[in-house]
Write a protein that binds this ligand. Structure first.
Ligand SMILES: C[S@@+](CC[C@H](N)C(=O)[O-])C[C@H]1O[C@@H](n2cnc3c(N)ncnc32)[C@H](O)[C@@H]1O
Length: 219
C-alpha cells in the first residue's frame, strides 16, 4: 500500500470506529455542536438555486443533501465518500438520492457544475502537517478538474488555541497562495460565519471584460 493509501485508510478507519460507536449522528463525522446549517450556508453561498449539479465530495452522512433539499431544491445532488458504511447507510436513509463510494476524485467519471468539500481534510492521523498538505493539494487539484463552475472547501482554522492531536488546521496564507497559483485567482474567502473554521469558494470562469477590466459575468 502506498503512503497516501495508508494515510486515507487510517482516516477511513477512524470514521468507521466513530460510526460503530455513535451510529448516524454528527459524532460519527467527528463534528460537534450542531453547526451544519451555518457551515453549509457559507459553503453554498455562491451556488444558485437552479437545476445545477452538485458533487458533495466526502459527503459523510449526506447532511448537505438534506440542507440543499430545503435551500437549493432545484440542485441535482451526488454524494461521494470513502467510507463504504456511510454510503450504504445513506442509500437506506435517503432513498431517491445518489451516493457513490470513492477514495479519490480521479475515480469519478463526470464533471459537476459545483463541488462542495466539507470537513474532508479535518483529520490527519498519520502524516506530518507538510505531508498532509501535499495530499490536500492533490485532492483539491483533482476536484477542481471535476467542476465546471466552482469548488467550495472548508478547513479548521490555523489560529486557534486548541488543536485535537489528529486534527489538521490549514494555514490560510499557504492555502491562498496555492489557490492563486494552481487553481484560480477568482475566489472568495469567508471567515465571517465561525471563529474556528473558514471556507473558500474558487471559481472557474475568469473571463475578463477588457474595456473595463471587470469579470465578464458572475462566477
Ligand atoms: C468531517 S466528515 C464531513 C462529512 C460531510 N461532508 C459533512 O460536512 O457533514 C469528513 C468526510 O470526508 C470523507 N473523506 C475523507 N477523505 C476522503 C477521500 N479522500 N475521499 C472521499 N471521502 C473522504 C470521510 O470519509 C468523511 O465522511
Amino acid at each position: 500500500m502506498t503512503g497516501a493509501a495508508t494515510h486515507l485508510h487510517s482516516t477511513i478507519a477512524t470514521y468507521q470506529q466513530a460510526f460503530r460507536e455513535h451510529g448516524r449522528s454528527e459524532a460519527a463525522l467527528l463534528w460537534t455542536k450542531n453547526k451544519q446549517a451555518e457551515r453549509f450556508a457559507a459553503l453554498c453561498k455562491a451556488i444558485p438555486d437552479t437545476s445545477t449539479t452538485v458533487l458533495d465530495y466526502g459527503c459523510g452522512l449526506g447532511d448537505l443533501a438534506v440542507w440543499l433539499s430545503t435551500h437549493r431544491p432545484r440542485a441535482v445532488y451526488l454524494g461521494a465518500d470513502a467510507v463504504p458504511e456511510f454510503i450504504a447507510n445513506n442509500r437506506e436513509a435517503l432513498p431517491g438520492l445518489t451516493f457513490t463510494h470513492v477514495e479519490h476524485p480521479d475515480f469519478l467519471q463526470e464533471s459537476y457544475d459545483h463541488v462542495v468539500c466539507s470537513g474532508v481534510f479535518n483529520l490527519n492521523p498519520t502524516k506530518t502537517p507538510e505531508a498532509h498538505w501535499q495530499y490536500v493539494q492533490d485532492v483539491l487539484l483533482a476536484l477542481f478538474r471535476r467542476t465546471r463552475k466552482s469548488l467550495h472547501v472548508d478547513f479548521l482554522a490555523h489560529d486557534v488555541d486548541y488543536k485535537h492531536p489528529q486534527g489538521y488546521h490549514q494555514d490560510l496564507s499557504t492555502l491562498l497562495s496555492f489557490v492563486e497559483r494552481q487553481l484560480s485567482r477568482r475566489y472568495e474567502l469567508d471567515r465571517s460565519y465561525m471563529p474556528y473554521e473558514y471556507c473558500v469558494s474558487i471559481f472557474k470562469n475568469v473571463e475578463i471584460e477588457r474595456s473595463r477590466n471587470v469579470y465578464a459575468s458572475p462566477p
